[in-house]
Design a protein around this ligand. Structure first.
Ligand SMILES: Nc1nc2c(c(=O)[nH]1)N[C@H]1C(S)=C(S)[C@@H](COP(=O)(O)OP(=O)(O)OC[C@H]3O[C@@H](n4cnc5c(=O)[nH]c(N)nc54)[C@H](O)[C@@H]3O)O[C@H]1N2
Ligand SMILES: Nc1nc2c(c(=O)[nH]1)N[C@H]1C(S)=C(S)[C@@H](COP(=O)(O)OP(=O)(O)OC[C@H]3O[C@@H](n4cnc5c(=O)[nH]c(N)nc54)[C@H](O)[C@@H]3O)O[C@H]1N2
Ligand code: SF4
Ligand SMILES: [Mo]
Length: 771
């Protein structure tokens, strides 16, 4: 077994080396010819460099206009059709990032207590030595590589960080999906086998339950929604707030928070009972229709109206219109679905509706994402003896915070472990809980890449407590984020405008692949994560104790195939290998910033007899076949969420167009637009509490309190309040927003959705009073 693995490794390593060598030659010639050869010298002259944005997840393409080695402006890239030739406010403001006066410029080691803001500057070499030493210490002391946890969020360099995690061998990688979208992925996949897209560019009837595409930008959806809506498209938005998306809707339903599922079940009831569904599609492609039909008889529109406070007549209208426009009708799958403890069940109800009406894999319907195939060198990381299973996969007794309502506990939902834990992603909240308990084993070190969990994870007090338990915390960031602020070692990464990043396929209906090339030289000699990983791994290889629990021969192959062939080679070689299956792939990337197989939408890949859906039955599953094995409902069952008591409000979250999470508030251009956040409170409720617009108020939950100014408005329901993310910061290294406005993490309670392990961030109740 081991031998054949090695053989396979050796073969793929060889193939990689050969492909790199070949790509090297041809691209060097092409670079010289196209005049990109002097792109990196950068002092005099003017140029336009194609690269991609890292101000949020979308990676929109741009051309950087560089004059005398300095970025003047970023312009949208017309070849980058995923973003429909758009750069948003944040994308434009990105031009400031390399020159931000507070950006990290050199590695820093803590020189006082954690959080005291006393630092000593060190070189990258010293920083790499410290990390390698600490990793060795953890291994020796705890005899378990998983005692070091690797936290990260997505980005084109996240793969380089994962290379480090895999080299070390910890199984505890904790990625961002369990704070974001793991419940919608689980919910839609449980019906279709995949997490699909909604074709907003062609749909004629769109139901958007709580996605805010006009402000929370997701490309191409936001652009298709804002600029390219087909004539006659009907848009229905469900949101407790009157967002900019609601403002553009044909109908806005101010749904009672945590009850959207009742609306969807009411729609299913009408579609089935009025026989509006697509009989042929249902018969050929789906599983469990009769069970679904029996199940939804209880969920009449009149019943739903009492739950969600949307009139039964509207629910009927929606169901009929949806069926009328089918297959060009969609329920929007949504993105940040870290909402409620029953989010997976809710997303399943959403996913069932288009399947009933045959809105699958056709223009205007729900469409599986396509990708741009890339080559990836096979790396076989060493196998180690001293590694324990993931910390959050284990059952360690009942976990109180996943089920706020006793009624749910009787529903057979798992109490002691996450039903479908993402193997590489984990469950953030669950993970922290296990670290705090120290069970089943201690986690004592944290390596963190591009994840500011002090603000991004609910219940800040608990997060800081977890950090206090650590022997060592290393943060790789571009600025002194709150997590960096409490770290022991901070390593700066070059900003996205100063570095080369590997190619990623951006899957979707219009798939493209993109990468990054440096638009300017690093302003402060900083390094990319790829270079940081290479530096740390080199130092690790100098410490024999780090490698005594693996096979020597295996280690030699690893050094040859990974360290030498990949880490010690320029990142450009890796990029060239990735796109070596495309004619002039690398040259196209340099010139246009993208590669793709087609510039048309990709539809119909599942529409052949041989296709099996990636579900247990191979069909679209109304009744999930595998869920009962874990004691889960096979059909979406509505259970009334607990509701705020008198004097309490539900605290809900949501994006706005000017900032991304907690990453961009200290950018000077964006700060000009938004300097702090305000509490949205309904005017009637504000009146009762004697709160006037602009008054300072205190918002209090069971885990913390924050104060900020009130924004008295009709744009939010009376039973909930809202303020934006990313303010009330505790890092003094982000001086523009330090203690300005209020932090969400400080008041959010930490519930989870127990099927996917996603955080449930809309389950917190607060009181509001005048400060
Ligand atoms: N309270 C609350 N919590 C939330 C959310 C919410 O709305 N409210 N949203 C959730 C969602 S949907 C998501 S996706 C997650 C996101 O959570 P995170 O992924 O943690 O995102 P940010 O909070 O923006 O933190 C990103 C960090 O990366 C740093 N950074 C930016 N660019 C680079 C770079 O090029 N290199 C490196 N090394 N670092 C960089 C930034 O300075 C910042 O410190 O948060 C989730 N948590
Ligand atoms: N400008 C900007 N764009 C972004 C990001 C960003 O930070 N800034 N982040 C990106 C990322 S990582 C993500 S995940 C996406 C997130 O994009 P979205 O999924 O659209 O996420 P949000 O804006 O957080 O939440 C959507 C809406 O849900 C509403 N809501 C709250 N509770 C309920 C409820 O019970 N029912 C209903 N129907 N609605 C409810 C909120 O009022 C809010 O308007 O945005 C991406 N785009
Ligand atoms: S949506 Fe805006 S911030 Fe996000 S990648 Fe695109 S341009 Fe950048
Ligand atoms: Mo997200």
């Amino acid at each position: 077994m081991k031998l054949s693995r090695r053989k396979f490794l050796a073969a793929s390593g060889g193939a990689f080396a050969a492909a790199v060598a070949a790509a090297n030659l041809s691209s060097l010639t092409a670079v010289a010819e196209s005049g990109h050869g002097d792109a990196q010298t950068g002092e005099k002259g003017e140029k336009h460099i194609a690269s991609s944005c890292e101000m949020c997840v979308n990676k929109c393409g741009f051309y950087a206009h560089v004059v005398n080695g300095r970025i003047k402006k970023l312009n949208p890239n017309p070849h980058f059709f995923k973003s429909r030739s758009m750069l948003c406010a944040r994308g434009n403001a990105g031009a400031e990032e390399p020159y931000n006066p507070e950006r990290l410029k050199t590695p820093l080691v803590r020189d006082g207590e954690r959080g005291e803001n006393k630092w000593r500057k060190i070189s990258y070499e010293e920083a790499f030595q410290i990390v390698a030493q600490k990793l060795a210490e953890a291994k020796t002391k705890y005899e378990n590589r998983s005692s070091v946890a690797f936290f990260s969020s997505e980005g084109l360099q996240e793969g380089s960080f994962q290379m480090l995690a895999q080299t070390y061998g910890s199984l505890n990688t904790v990625r961002h999906p369990s704070l974001c979208l793991s419940s919608t992925i689980q919910g839609w996949s449980s019906v279709y086998g995949v997490y699909p897209d909604a074709d907003l560019a062609n749909a004629m009837f769109v139901v958007m339950p709580g996605a805010n595409r006009a402000e929370a930008l997701v490309t191409p959806d936001s652009m298709d929604f804002l600029r390219y809506r087909p004539k006659g498209q009907q848009l229905v938005v469900l949101d407790p707030r009157f967002t900019n998306t609601a403002a553009k809707a044909d109908r806005w339903y101010p749904v009672k928070p945590a009850t959207d599922m009742a609306f969807m079940l009411g729609m299913i009831n009408v579609i089935i009972n009025e026989e509006l569904y697509n009989k042929e599609f249902v018969a050929n492609m789906t599983e469990g229709f009769e069970d679904l039909k029996a199940h939804v008889q209880q969920y009449t529109p009149e019943w739903a109206e009492k739950e969600c406070e949307i009139p039964a007549s509207e629910i009927r209208w929606c169901a009929r219109e949806f069926a009328k426009y089918a297959p060009r009708s969609v329920i929007y799958p949504g993105r940040r679905t870290s909402w409620y403890v029953d989010d997976v069940a809710f997303r399943r109800a959403c996913a069932i509706i288009p399947a009933l009406c045959g809105c699958w894999d056709v223009p205007g319907g729900i469409v599986p994402k396509a990708g741009v195939p890339l080559k990836t060198p096979d790396v076989m990381y060493p196998f180690y003896d001293m590694v324990e299973e993931r910390l959050d996969v284990e059952s360690f007794g009942e976990f109180d915070n996943n089920l706020p309502d006793d009624a749910r506990k009787e529903a057979g939902l798992p109490l002691d472990s996450v039903a479908y834990l993402g193997e590489k992603d984990g469950s953030w909240v669950r993970f922290r809980e296990a670290v705090l308990r120290g069970e089943p084993y201690p986690v004592k070190m944290m390596m963190v890449y591009k994840q500011n969990f002090v603000e991004a994870a609910p219940n800040r007090v608990k997060t800081l407590k977890m950090m206090e338990m650590m022997d060592f915390i290393c943060m790789i960031d571009i600025q002194m984020s709150d997590t960096a602020y409490y770290a022991d070692l901070v390593i700066p990464e070059s900003t996205y405008l100063e570095r080369w990043d590997v190619v990623h396929s951006l899957a979707g209906i219009w798939p493209i692949a993109t990468f990054r090339q440096a638009c300017v030289e690093p302003v402060f000699q900083t390094k990319s994560m790829f270079e940081i990983t290479a530096g740390i791994v080199d130092e690790m290889l100098k410490i024999p104790e780090l490698w005594d629990d693996t096979d020597e021969e295996e280690l030699e192959y690893f050094k040859e195939d990974f360290v030498e062939a990949i880490l010690h080679a320029p990142i450009q070689d890796y990029i060239k290998y990735q796109v070596s299956g495309y004619e002039n792939g690398y040259e196209r990337l340099l010139k246009e910033g993208v590669i793709y197989k087609t510039d048309q939408g990709v539809y119909g890949t599942t529409k052949n007899d041989a296709y099996r859906f990636k579900t247990r039955s191979g069909k679209i599953e109304f009744t999930n076949v595998k869920y009962p094995e874990k004691g889960l409902d096979s059909l979406p069952v509505y259970r009334r969420a607990r509701q705020p008591k008198n004097g309490q409000f539900r605290f809900i979250l949501g994006r706005h167009g000017w900032n991304t999470h907690t990453g961009t508030q200290n950018n000077e251009y964006l700060w000009e637009i938004q300097k702090e956040n305000t509490l949205w409170i309904n005017s009637k409720e504000a009146f009762k509490l004697g709160i006037k617009n602009g008054d300072k108020v205190v918002v209090k939950s069971s885990v913390g309190e924050q104060s900020l100014r009130a924004e008295v408005t009709e744009k939010i329901r009376p039973d909930c309040v809202y303020y934006a993310h990313g303010f009330g910061r505790i890092s003094k290294g982000m001086s523009l927003v330090y203690q300005k406005g209020a932090s969400q993490a400080a008041i959010l309670e930490d519930y989870i959705e127990p099927i996917s392990g996603n955080a449930a961030m809309h389950e917190t109740f607060v009181t509001v009073s005048k400060a």
